[in-house]
Write a protein of this length. Structure first.
Length: 400
């Protein structure tokens, strides 16, 4: 059977969506819309089950449900909507942004195979999917083997896998010999590039973190490091942008460390406001315990800022230690404090690192490059779709 000239894709994404879509998501789905007809299952930011149409069809599960109920409802919704889209809308390409949720897509594929219908499923990995659920406390430790098993099942049933970094690709290659395509997470490069164009000769001593406020992100380590920094550099301050269930705990830690008056929690920010905040800071810090690539790192580099990040996952692939900033061991507040102090006390070197990081980011990350790789992934999916199922393992380049 010939596929449509505009292939349809079902995207299973664990992110939360609000409507109208924010500017960055609009740009991302605008790129998708040039290649595919899109159906997306994600989470809403409130209590409602929703169906929205903007750059494609969105089905949203309420995020504010209790964790176990929310996850169960989401996994079941993947199967129901996946079967509906395949049987009624003739969707033949399905992608999960995590291996765990990819388990439900694998069930869809098996059921459709029983009916004599064929689809291609793509399993994406953005980091250490085996450890992250336990680092953030989402699942009890005794459930680890269960999650590993369903993730392995999803990867085994996948026709194509996608990694956001070379380190993630190595993890996937240990699980499968299916074709693997590697490209970075979508980043609204232009928004941050335009902000960087107006970056002043900044003599502030603002240290910035932006991202989810969870244990996984290591912000508590940054707070401990900043206590030493603020003792020696009286003008230093820390800005924390983002929301999450760990925010109250972080505020308590700041109070216990007696640095609360120099720590500002500014909450969730739009991309335009975040780009302005990055423009104003002196150094950006990402002290995570696990990261696939770290989109916000790219945003900081594009903005011409030196970056200090944990030496984990895909971060060493975009931060050259001593050139664009520094890599530190996770959960080491003393080392982190030393690197922050070095940059604050050597502003010329810090700005040089920022300039070199900006040049590197502009050469390697762009919306056009992202769109090119997305098109390549869809083209390979169509190629796999028109192959005999027993030849899937022989199709395509191993690393694209």
């Amino acid at each position: 059977m010939k596929v449509s000239s505009v292939p349809k894709i079902f995207i299973v994404d664990i992110h939360r969506y609000s409507f109208p879509l924010d500017e960055t998501t609009r740009k991302k789905y605008s790129l998708f819309g040039k290649v595919t007809e899109n159906y997306t299952l994600g989470f809403s930011k409130d209590w409602g089950l929703k169906r929205k149409n903007e750059f494609g069809q969105f089905y949203l599960v309420p995020h504010h449900l209790p964790r176990l109920l929310r996850q169960t409802l989401f996994m079941v919704s993947i199967v129901i909507i996946g079967l509906y889209l395949a049987l009624i809308r003739d969707v033949k390409i399905m992608l999960s942004t995590t291996p765990i949720e990819g388990f439900s897509l694998a069930l869809v594929k098996l059921f459709l195979r029983f009916l004599g219908r064929k689809i291609v499923i793509i399993i994406q990995a953005q980091g250490d999917w085996e450890e992250v659920p336990f680092l953030v406390g989402s699942f009890p430790r005794y459930g680890k083997q269960f999650l590993i098993s369903i993730s392995d099942f999803a990867i085994k049933e996948a026709d194509l896998v996608r990694a956001v970094s070379r380190s993630t690709r190595q993890m996937l290659e240990a699980r499968t010999d299916k074709p693997c395509i590697v490209y970075h997470t979508f980043t609204d490069v232009e928004a941050f590039k335009n902000s960087a164009a107006s970056t002043p000769a900044n003599e502030s001593k603002q240290v910035l973190y932006a991202g989810a406020l969870t244990y996984l992100k290591g912000v508590h380590v940054l707070l401990e490091a900043m206590k030493g920094v603020m003792f020696l550099e009286k003008d230093a301050e820390l800005i924390i942008a983002g929301e999450g269930e760990y925010r109250q705990k972080l505020e308590e830690i700041a109070a216990q460390l007696r640095i609360k008056e120099k720590v500002k929690f500014v909450g969730w920010l739009s991309q335009s406001r975040l780009s302005e905040l990055i423009r104003q800071c002196f150094v950006f810090v990402l002290p995570s315990f696990s990261e696939g690539l770290g989109r916000v790192i790219i945003e900081a580099l594009i903005s011409g800022k030196p970056v200090i990040a944990s030496n984990i996952g895909g971060l060493p692939e975009i931060i050259r230690d001593g050139e664009y900033g520094f890599l530190v061991q996770p959960d080491d507040p003393q080392e982190l404090s030393q690197k922050i102090l070095y940059l604050l006390r050597n502003p010329d070197q810090a700005r040089k690192m920022g300039r070199e990081g900006k040049e590197f980011a502009e050469q390697n990350f762009s919306n056009e490059n992202y769109a090119k790789h997305y098109q390549k992934m869809i083209d390979l999916s169509l190629e796999l779709l028109n192959k005999r199922s027993d030849s899937y393992r022989k199709t395509g380049e191993k690393n694209l």
